[in-house]
Design a binder for this molecule. Structure first.
Ligand SMILES: [Zn+2]
Length: 56
């Protein structure tokens, strides 16, 4: 389910405040040093560091 247009523009990574980009079912931090992937559940981004997937 695509996120509402404009929503991505106001979202930022809670860990480093970099912009996020939309992926399959995740929002991924665009910071190279961070790169956390946040899950999107039922169309709602879960922007919690504790819930984020860390890059390999
Ligand atoms: Zn980040």
């Amino acid at each position: 389910m695509p996120l509402e247009a404009g929503l991505l523009e106001i979202l930022a990574c809670p860990a480093c405040h970099a912009p996020l980009k939309e992926a399959e079912a995740e929002l991924i931090c665009t910071s190279k040093d961070c790169g956390l992937a946040y899950p999107v559940r039922d169309g709602i981004p879960v922007l919690l560091v504790d819930e984020a997937r860390r890059p390999a």
